[in-house]
Design a protein around this ligand. Structure first.
Ligand code: C5P
Length: 217
């Protein structure tokens, strides 16, 4: 996925038509559109194909199964038109590797969840994040997911991951700021509700892109 404005739109809408309309409306302001379970479960995989006509699609299914199932999940979303998938890292080497091998065969990218930001994240994933980053790096993942609403942890992920690409959700409703996240080491920012729940989604996206520091060439 190419970086241009630095903004990725999280189209977590069950209304597929609305997701397509907003994506079209802000397509010049975003690098990609991210789809998650809500939109796929409500609209079917067809929505991936439809969105991919406008924009690069990242399928955020936080894939976390045994390797042969991960392969099938990846194959299905890549065949539907996705250019990238997001998988969990806590499942370990073989499960991540299955996603990366399938992505390589289908010219797709894989981003690995390295950190989460909700209050109980400390209990499990925080202990494992360093190892997850190492495995993702060794396997040749295209990047990591680390939350924008915890800049200290984001900085730590940046340090540990060296020059891997970092995509950061958690801006806006979850409390993070786009500028702070970029300063902490994020490469691209993922935003959902602050765009699609805004009265003027384009205006909201423009403001975020400004915060990121993108200037129209
Ligand atoms: O609406 P909001 O901007 O909070 O949406 C954030 C998006 O990023 C959602 O699609 C969510 O699943 C995803 N995400 C997240 N935190 C993570 C990983 C992904 O919020 N650690």
């Amino acid at each position: 996925m190419q970086k241009n404005t630095g903004l990725i739109f999280a189209a977590d809408l069950e209304n597929g038509r609305r997701a397509i309309n907003i994506t079209n409306e802000i397509s010049d302001l975003i690098d990609a559109v991210k789809v998650n379970y809500p939109i796929i479960l409500s609209n079917g995989l067809q929505i991936v194909e439809e969105l991919s006509r406008t924009k690069t699609v990242i399928a955020d299914l936080k894939i976390a199964d045994v390797p042969h199932i991960n392969r099938k999940i990846c194959r299905n979303v890549f065949e539907a038109g996705a250019s990238a998938v997001i998988c969990h890292g806590f499942t370990g080497k073989n499960s991540i590797e299955a996603c990366i091998e399938t992505a390589n065969q289908m010219y797709g990218d894989v981003y690995v969840v390295a950190e989460m930001s909700h209050p109980d994240a400390e209990r499990f994933i925080h202990h494992a994040s360093k190892e997850i980053i190492n495995i993702a790096s060794q396997l040749g993942a295209d990047g990591l997911i680390a939350p924008a609403n915890d800049p200290k942890r984001l900085q730590k992920v940046r340090k540990q991951s060296k020059n891997m690409r970092i995509l950061s959700p958690g801006v806006g409703v979850q409390g993070g700021g786009a500028k702070t996240a970029i300063q902490a080491g994020a490469d691209q920012i993922i935003v959902g509700r602050s765009i699609y729940d805004h009265r003027e989604p384009r205006q909201a996206a423009e403001k975020i892109v400004q915060d990121i520091g993108y200037t129209n060439p």
